[in-house]
Design a protein around this ligand. Structure first.
Ligand code: ECH
Length: 320
């Protein structure tokens, strides 16, 4: 059977992914919007991990200063309604502006609102608000997740707020801005125990330097990248756009891996390690696996990035 993206998706199929994340996210969306907002507030404020001071730097906050200023001027009731409208995907001007923002700017926007809520400048969740038993259960489930999984749930909810007239959340529909790569002299060369494939090492080096053009050059023309819990993004152009949107400030810390021949001269490589987001820095290390399928020319035909079920999975390099 010839290698296809579909067949590559199941390499190292015994990798245990954090399926609690989509399960919790599904349960979250069954709640009322009032409960969703209250739950996010409690989850965010009680999580015990904090956003690093430098984080909003990745967020182009100038783009939302106007909207934040407008919200500050509103009555408390109008402020609550604005948040409700965003969370319920209502068609409002602010909802449309929000949808046009980059992911990091959306996160920065809610970060600022959270600060303003703490200061009492923006309406807080009403004191004594009683969440439904279902919402309390979802909150309890979130608290049991590991920090990397908790921030993934939070991020997903923020990304899906706002009003999108044509549901065009897909990559490739709008182009993301270029970034400035780290100067060559400041780059550190990655070493991964058990891995000598140049393609894999260069992938990590370029990603850590935010040098996305050469990173994408490592992919086959019709290669694919599959982010956690998502469908594969296919083709160099779409992958480049995705990286510019999602990968600024990420720190990849691969630890170990295994490499073995696959059919038709392909090679399958699994690497495990940590990834840090600029939002939480070293406060949260997400446990990650990269499952690469390299073509006979050594190009990346497919790579899946998995959020792992538990730290124990970092040691799971079984060949299956
Ligand atoms: C308040 C109450 C009202 C409602 C809301 C509130 C505010 C919430 C706030 C939430 C902030 C959340 C944040 C979450 C950040 C999460 C970041 C994550 C990043 C994961 C990245 C990974 C990267 C993997 C990849 C690799 C590759 O090799 C290829 C690319 C890629 C409380 C006011 C809403 C403020 C800041 C989870 C895993 C390794 C696939 C990207």
């Amino acid at each position: 059977m010839a290698v296809s993206i579909q067949s590559a998706q199941s390499i190292f199929s015994n990798t245990e992914i954090a399926s609690a994340v989509p399960a919790t996210t599904d349960a979250f969306y069954k709640l009322t919007v009032e409960d969703q907002l209250a739950l996010l507030w409690y989850a965010y404020t009680e999580m015990g991990i904090s956003i690093t001071a430098a984080a909003p730097g990745v967020a182009s906050m100038a783009l939302v200063e106007g909207v934040l200023g407008e919200i500050k001027q509103m009555s408390p009731a109008a402020q609550s309604k604005t948040m409700f409208d965003l969370a319920s995907n209502a068609d409002t001007t602010i909802g449309r502006i929000y949808t046009s923002l980059r992911v990091n700017t959306k996160l920065g926007f809610w970060y600022e609102l959270g600060q303003l809520m703490k200061q009492g400048v923006v309406a807080p969740i009403p004191a004594g608000y009683q969440m439904s038993p279902e919402a309390t259960q979802v909150l309890e489930n979130i608290k049991k997740l590991d920090p990397g999984q908790q921030i993934t749930v939070l991020r997903n909810t923020v990304v899906h707020m706002g009003y999108d007239p044509d549901f065009s959340q897909e990559y490739g529909k709008r182009s993301a801005p270029r970034s400035t790569p780290t100067a060559v002299a400041e780059r550190v060369k990655t070493q991964i125990e058990g891995i000598s494939e140049k393609t894999v090492l260069s992938y990590i080096d370029n990603m850590n330097a935010f040098d996305f053009t050469p990173a994408v050059g490592l992919f086959a023309e019709d290669g694919a990248l599959q982010p956690p819990f998502q469908k594969p993004i296919v083709g160099r152009e779409a992958i480049l756009n995705y990286m510019r949107e999602e990968c600024i400030g990420l720190k990849m810390l691969p630890e170990r891996g295994v490499s073995e021949p696959a059919e038709d001269g392909y090679r399958q490589v699994k690497v495990t390690g940590k990834v840090e987001t600029p939002w939480f820095g070293a406060n949260v290390g997400m446990n990650i696996a990269w499952r690469f399928m390299l073509d006979p020319q050594g190009q990346i035909f497919f790579v899946a990035i998995d959020l792992l079920a538990s730290p124990k999975e970092l040691m799971n390099l079984m060949r299956k």
